[in-house]
Unconditional design. Structure first.
Length: 262
């Protein structure tokens, strides 16, 4: 499974928020999209699953243009974990995960045994089965996030899009969620694309990085190619270095300080 993004641009009113973005990604990879607020990260994510229609450019999944797919067909290919999934209804965790089967069901069609088995597996993979009968508003932030990931998994997608999945979580829950995402990419051969502000977590868990500034790609490549001192200064206005941390067996980022204007 291969994702190809070719010259994608999107504008609100007359201003380009995403400007001529192109990249390729393959199954089993974790791709981080990083940039400051207002750099177009979430907008780009929405263009990938056609929630937003690009002004220019094309998104291909296995050489098929997303514009040639129905909404249901895209939902079968792409699972989405949004920044927040609050609901005014008292859904249980099981209800929430079962919603992931909606792309496979006709209107008013009830879930079949196969759907129940898929949902059970998704909850088992995310360690949420014991939460099945708990109301979503009774769950901790980490538990709720794992349930939302289980809902996306219940779609049985090839691609997972996650928008700031560790936002507002305690550090231990951040690690827990990213370890889960890593297992999904490796064991399920899933392509994971994650929007995040956290440079250290991106360096630790992502295979490739896309740095955005003002809607354009500043740098794209593996962690050491993208997160250079010069690039982090240009995009985030910080003095930071990337290094290999033998304690965790992967890369990390040390932030030295902010770069003041002038």
């Amino acid at each position: 499974m291969r994702l190809k993004v070719q010259g994608v641009s999107f504008c609100y009113r007359s201003e380009d928020v995403v400007d001529d973005v192109s990249f390729d990604a393959d199954e089993g990879q974790i791709v981080g999209i990083l940039g400051p607020n207002g750099s177009g990260k979430t907008t780009l994510l929405k263009c990938l699953n056609r929630v937003l229609a690009p002004r220019l450019g094309t998104v291909f999944i296995d050489s098929i243009d997303n514009r040639d797919r129905t909404r249901k067909e895209i939902a079968r290919q792409i699972g989405v974990v949004p920044q927040s999934a609050n609901s005014s209804f008292p859904f249980t965790a099981l209800d929430m995960v079962m919603m992931g089967r909606n792309p496979e069901l006709d209107r008013f069609e009830k879930e079949k045994e196969n759907d129940i088995q898929i949902v059970s597996k998704a909850m088992e993979m995310t360690n949420t089965a014991f939460l099945a009968n708990r109301s979503m508003d009774q769950l901790s932030g980490g538990e709720r996030q794992r349930v939302i990931i289980a809902r996306a998994l219940a779609q049985r997608p090839n691609i997972m899009l996650l928008d700031e999945p560790t936002l507002h979580l305690d550090v231990n829950h951040q690690i827990e969620i990213l370890e889960l995402i890593t297992r999904l990419a490796r064991d399920e051969k899933m392509l994971v694309i994650i929007v995040t502000h956290d440079l250290s977590l991106a360096a630790r868990y992502c295979d490739n990085i896309i740095l955005l500034r003002n809607g354009r790609i500043v740098s794209a490549g593996d962690v050491t190619q993208a997160l250079t001192r010069e690039n982090m200064a240009k995009v985030f206005s910080i003095d930071a270095t990337i290094y290999y941390d033998e304690r965790i067996g992967t890369h990390n980022v040390a932030i030295i300080g902010a770069i003041k204007d002038g």
